[in-house]
Design a protein. Structure first.
Lengths: 158, 194
């Protein structure tokens, strides 16, 4: 337990240290450009540590790409030009919000399709259950009543 | 009873899905460069730093570009395969040394002047090829990694197969295994040689 707490706090401390050094570097230049850099790098995935944005990652490649973006901003390129630059090199995977098209259809539509399937299954189950319960509520038919009575009689101690 | 088969079936489907997922390589991201012309560049050659190499120099024949660095651990793993390849196959294998010094992480780049970085990069790359064998027709030095960005390099080693028209036909990320060489690269080279 103690060890775990120690480990966690170390992780927190070190990530804090990284964040502050990145921020210092970011504050160094023109604030408007930095804001655009921040916005753009939040849209871009770091391909080395795949679940981090380029803004969050401290991987070498993320540092390089931030430098490239900074350079392109300084060259007066637009946001969409910069994103295009990344996509032509690293593919749609580099975008945290990939475009909707053939190959990404399952990615975008999958969750909705699963939700609809779940809803459909739930509704059909509930309907079936309601029907079963309604059937069970019916009084016994004359034949069944007679059989039940006969069976009960068999059980009775003689 | 029927219902339990249904649940069992769903569970089995999930197991299959996850098993397939585990077998996939998450680093294997389809490169948008496949089918596109090889990015143009001009870089100093390791053996003769006063000369440069450009992909244009190899127009007219298929060739391989292998991205490596001395700090790259997986490069060591694939290197013997490349050395063997270069002895047997007459297809130019070009090395692209990627961020030899600044990629290492052991240097404070703020304190290292550019001339010093270039000198160190040549020294380290030459040393590594001396120790492990040199399968490359030549190695181009991408010291700051800018050419690597044009190639969409994100995990060294990477290997590109380029056809005689200068179109990238295949990209492999990660070390080349005998399997990848035999099943992917060699058949493609045979096709390109036609």
């Amino acid at each position: 337990m103690m060890l775990r707490v120690l480990f966690l706090s170390l992780c927190l401390l070190s990530s804090g240290a990284f964040a502050s050094s990145a921020r210092e570097a970011a504050l160094a230049a023109d604030p408007v450009a930095e804001k655009r850099l921040q916005g753009l790098s939040k849209e871009l995935r770091c391909l080395v540590c795949q679940n981090e944005t380029i803004a969050d990652s401290n991987a070498e490649l993320a540092v390089d790409l931030r430098r490239e973006i900074r350079g392109m901003i300084a060259d007066g390129r637009s946001d969409s030009e910069i994103l295009d630059f990344m996509v032509t090199r690293y593919g749609d995977f580099v975008l945290y919000r990939p475009p909707v098209k053939g190959v990404t259809l399952l990615l975008w539509g999958g969750p909705v399709a699963l939700l609809l399937l779940g809803l459909f299954l739930l509704v059909s189950y509930l309907r079936r259950r309601a029907r079963r319960l309604a059937e069970a509520d019916q009084p016994l038919s004359a034949d069944d009543a007679k059989r039940a009575e006969a069976l009960l009689k068999e059980l009775e101690p003689k | 009873m029927n219902r339990y088969y249904w649940i069992l079936g769903a569970f089995a489907a999930l197991v299959v899905l996850l098993a397939v997922g585990l077998g996939l390589n998450p680093r294997d991201i389809p490169s948008p460069l496949v089918g596109k012309p090889v990015p143009a560049f001009k870089l100093a050659v390791l053996a003769t730093p006063d000369k440069t190499f450009s992909p244009e120099d190899l127009r007219g024949k298929p060739w391989l570009l292998n991205v490596w660095a001395s700090w790259c651990v997986s490069c060591r793993q694939e290197h013997p395969i490349l050395v063997e390849f270069s002895k047997k196959v007459d297809v130019p294998l070009i090395g692209l040394n990627y961020k030899e010094v600044r990629g290492d992480g052991g240097f404070d780049m703020n304190k290292l002047p550019p001339e010093e970085e270039s000198r160190l990069a040549l020294q380290r790359a030459n040393g590594w090829l001396r120790d492990h064998g040199d399968p490359y027709r030549l190695t181009a030095m991408d010291i700051d990694g800018r050419v690597g960005i044009d190639f969409g390099v994100y995990g060294v080693p990477e290997t590109y197969v380029i056809d005689k028209d200068g179109i990238i036909r295949m990209k492999h990320t990660g070390p080349i295994t005998p399997d990848v060489l035999a099943k992917k690269i060699m058949p493609l080279l045979a096709e390109l040689a036609k």
